[in-house]
Design a protein. Structure first.
Length: 373
């Protein structure tokens, strides 16, 4: 039996972990044609089983596969839909100090969510649930998928499949709902949408580079809400759908800056998730005031411990920041986590595995002190 409670937890994580060296070597061997898919899967299975044991040892109530079967936090999920394929990106994404590899996802047919490979991935993790843990399935938000696919329309037109972007959005909703239904049937009760679309709208330099006017920004916020809430609508009451709202996480670099204020009313007030995993680990994150927009009894997971660097935060400073945030959201609806995953892509951030686990131990120890778990 899985843990009786569901996410978010007072001590939580976003979900991705640094890839072990053996897994990196196996993937390189597979791509070089030196081993087959079955041999790669065997290495993945072993690495995930060891990761789950380590998560339990750390006292976490959530277990994930660390995204060990993926190259990217988002593209691999998109490639799992019928009608979406792996393509070369026309433009690489420019992070603060680096650019990403030239991968992307493009529409090559009508989208369909049946037989998504992530369902089998989830089943492998599900078997390790126990009375203290719940298995989580992470995936890019529907808004992220729409953003990527429509953004590639010039390089990879899809007019023969969709007359309008609204038709594409409708099929994205159907595909997500099908995959989530299959995950639910497989026993999944914890889904996390990862999303970088909102924070692009918080950074004036990004908006300027992309040519987004104020009207464009408002339209994009409404578009985000429509597609995300359409996927969430009518989902089973015991299925927790939460979201991580990210400013970019690639090899310890970042994509955008700015506090959540420009999107708070829509994101926090109208997006129908159960909880928000938010980044508050540095000056780029802004203050806690936008949390006043969080509606209903939704929870907020404060990402106050950075996953980008190995230095450990001062527990006293973190506890003071939690108290500050509680001025806007009651303490009993707050939780603590790392600000992002440790490896949103297979490259991973610039810290060691032991430093990664030290960060998680810090999250756990502070949460135990603050909430008395």
């Amino acid at each position: 039996m899985a843990y009786a409670s569901n996410a978010p937890f007072h001590a939580d994580v976003v979900g991705s972990y640094l890839r072990p060296e053996a897994l990196k070597q196996a993937r390189a061997a597979f791509e070089a044609g030196e081993i087959d898919a079955a041999a790669l899967k065997a290495v993945e299975d072993k690495a995930i089983e060891e990761l789950v044991a380590r998560q339990k040892q750390a006292g976490l109530h959530v277990i994930t596969d660390g995204e060990f079967r993926r190259r990217w936090w988002h593209f691999d999920f998109m490639w799992g839909f019928a009608g979406v394929e792996h393509k070369a990106a026309a433009h690489r994404v420019a992070f603060h100090d680096e650019v990403t590899p030239a991968d992307t996802a493009a529409v090559t047919g009508r989208l369909d969510g049946h037989n998504h490979p992530f369902v089998e991935h989830f089943k492998f993790v599900k078997q390790f649930e126990d009375e203290n843990t719940v298995a989580r399935q992470t995936m890019p938000s529907p808004a992220q998928t729409l953003f990527v696919l429509t953004g590639n329309k010039a390089a990879y037109p899809y007019d023969e499949f969709y007359a309008t972007d609204e038709e594409l959005a409708a099929d994205i909703v159907k595909a997500y709902r099908q995959t989530i239904a299959d995950l639910y049937e497989a026993g999944c009760r914890n889904v996390q949408f990862d999303d970088c679309t909102w924070t692009r709208l918080c950074d004036p330099s990004v908006r300027e580079r992309l040519g987004w006017s104020d009207e464009d920004a408002e339209r994009l916020q409404r578009q985000n809400l429509d597609i995300i809430n359409a996927v969430i609508e009518g989902q089973p009451a015991d299925l927790a759908i939460n979201t991580h709202v990210c400013r970019g996480n690639f090899h310890s670099t970042w994509l955008s800056s700015g506090g959540y204020a420009p999107v708070a009313a829509n994101l926090f007030g109208r997006e129908n998730v159960n909880a928000y995993y938010l980044e508050f680990d540095d000056d780029r994150s802004g203050d806690f005031a936008p949390l006043a927009e969080v509606s209903g009894d939704k929870k907020v997971v404060l990402g106050l411990i950075t996953s980008k660097t190995p230095e450990l935060e001062d527990p006293a400073v973190i506890k003071a920041r939690i108290e500050e945030a509680s001025q806007f959201v009651p303490l009993d609806r707050l939780c603590l986590s790392t600000q992002c995953g440790f490896a949103s892509t297979e490259e991973g951030n610039k810290l060691t595995e032991e430093q990664q686990w030290a960060k998680i131990a810090l999250v756990k120890s502070i949460a135990d002190e603050v909430w008395g778990d």
